[in-house]
Design a protein around this ligand. Sequence first.
Ligand SMILES: Cc1ncc(COP(=O)(O)O)c(C=O)c1O
Length: 552
Amino acid sequence: MTTIVACVRRAPVGILPVIGVDRRSPRPLYRQLYDGYREAILEGRLRGGQRLPSTRSLAGELAISRIPVLNAFEQLLAEGYFETRVGAGTFVANSLPETAIRPPRVAAPAAPAMSVPPAASARGRRVGRRAAALVRDAPGPWVGGVGAFNVGQPPVDRFPVRLWSRLVAKHARRFDERLLHYGPPMGLPELREQVAAYLRTARAVRCEADQVMIVSGSQQALDLAARTLFDDGGSVWLEEPGYFGARRALTLAGARLVPVRVDGEGLDVEDGIRRAPRARAAFVTPSHQFPLGVTMSAPRRLRLLDWARRTGAWIIEDDYDSEYRFGNLPIPALQGLDRDSRVVYFGTFTKLLFPALRLGYLVLPRDLVEPFAAVRRAMDLFSPTLHQAVLAEFIRDGHFERHIRRTRLLCRERRTALVEALSERLGDSVEVLGDEAGMFLAAALPGGVPDREIALACAERGLRVYPLSYCYIGKPARTGFVLGYGGVPPGEIARGVGILEAVASAFGVTAPARPDADARRPGASGKKVARPAARAGWRRPSSPSATPSGRR
Ligand SMILES: Cc1ncc(COP(=O)(O)O)c(C=O)c1O
């Protein structure tokens, strides 16, 4: 039985190319088809190895008899443009010489138009000012990919993939028609219920399910908030240094970015008031400041809420990884303190589960639900529903909580491995900041160290270290690296720090000899490793040739 099924299995269908056939033309139909296919191959629109439709289906689609199709195919086979594979069908020949293929005639130049600054464009090939600003601010090769020390990488190596696939298969099999239609812009009700219950309990967020909007990751939450709350030129406070994702979304919305100092208590509200007292909003990461790792103090939280209440400003709170705290209990969300409904709160499943899921949530003051939903309808309408249903069950059945508990322990181990390796290899030349929580820490270097150049040189050796200076809008007050450890196994951590040390030392960052190194390891003393950078040793390389990559 299986053999018969395998034998009669139908070959996959080839895509119908755009080939015009005019029945009123004096040119025979077979010739029109032949010319059309030949032209498409020579221009590279059809490529070697691409499957062709069967003569029967092509004739059916074009509403012509099969005979001209057979004649055209025979001719193209004879001339070597097509080839047949027994039992598989007809394909564009793989063996056509590259030289036979001419590039299509297109109006646009081959160079990416985005790299052309709008003002420099003589022929009117403009992109918008905001897009051009984003191109200028594009990150270097330290983002993307996997491995040490990619900042955005959670411990996906421990994600329960089999369990998740089982749930996906179950929901796909169930074939609930609801999941195939347009979904609600606020998200699936069952997931919104689960998220609201989780946030009330674990994050002390004051919310009901009707205030929760499911979004495609926190980048979309930021985009939505920026589009909904801002008009052109409205000012927004951004933590300095701060999260580049917020900087990008707010640039895209045409907001005026106002960098506000961050100190040991988080965002310096007085500095914000001095710089832009009537700003439309403030963007903050109060539970775990990105990238310095500071927790916003209670007086600062109250001061920020007070400023927002008095001026009518919004607070945009990014609560992206607060589940992972190692030394003390989780810090409640700022939103829970808000008595005037001024906080737009959001979080993401990127850190708790995996980035490719692209699911997150916004918790909105009630009067903002309608405007946010209206803006969402003008954007992507809603997030894909199948994974929302899967996630709702994953949370409801306790898998979510179990996974967080497991990965919290894992992140703690990886954090310790990274802190120890940094202490061992780079010693006093780095100051470790914000290692009490999350999945990244900042390794600050003494003033003036060229962190972007070191990051570029590291990227050439397959290591991703995020330059701290890239987190500043204005002149960087500190340089160093933001190092993600959540997704990096301990063996790779040690190897990565070895590469970082080698590259950094070529730039003159040296670890002074420390005879008591063993006694000062965090595991040995139980003390924190952070040390003032003032004691660190850094000497500028004597000549540019000391730059290992040669890139300046
Ligand atoms: C401060 C901050 N917010 C949010 C995110 C997650 O973004 P998303 O949910 O769009 O993947 C990250 C990821 O690195 C982050 O660092």
